[in-house]
Design a protein around this ligand. Sequence first.
Ligand SMILES: [Zn+2]
Length: 217
Amino acid sequence: MPVIELLFPNRCLECTKVISGGAAICQNCFDQLHFTHHRYGQSNELTEKCRLLFPVEEAFALMHFEKESASQKIVHQLKYGGREKLGALMAQWISASIEFGNNPPDLLTTVPLHPRKQRQRGYNQLHVFGDELSRLWQIPCDHALIKRNIYKKAQALKGREQRNVNEELFSVTKPLQHRHVLLIDDVFTTGNTMSAVAWQILKSGNNKVSVLVMAMD
Ligand SMILES: [Zn+2]
């Protein structure tokens, strides 16, 4: 065992048991993760939630997001704990469970952070995740396709700001026509962010949108 692992052994995010280097959680905690088992090409609760907000081709989530659970800890460590590589691990879990049928996406993209937020955090928690999916699926991933224009959260805006927010929150940065874009985010809660991005993609040309998230509420 390398000295560094003796000094700082890798521990399970959930139960803190010592585990091997590349892993995030122990087998016991992994077995307790609440995977959705969504199938691409089959309607599910996420497809239905999305359809209330925008026309969506396919939608799937890897896990159910439960408070105080291992799924929450994984996403939290990925976003705020600097553990960007957890994204690659989740990408591997997803790619093992998803098979594209006859309606595959031809472009992956990630929901962007505002540049100021990304500088503060040091990274966008979706980039390693998206890049690993791109590598596994052999589908290009463009992190720069969408730009976030407003720093504040939509909920924090007032009055006239809020009325126009879905128009102005995001924009598409380059010509986009006849593409099937798989839009990637971490957690689906209200769907407001997804919807704002999806409408920009749909409006910019004759495009289709599918959705992939790590976890859904
Ligand atoms: Zn554990």
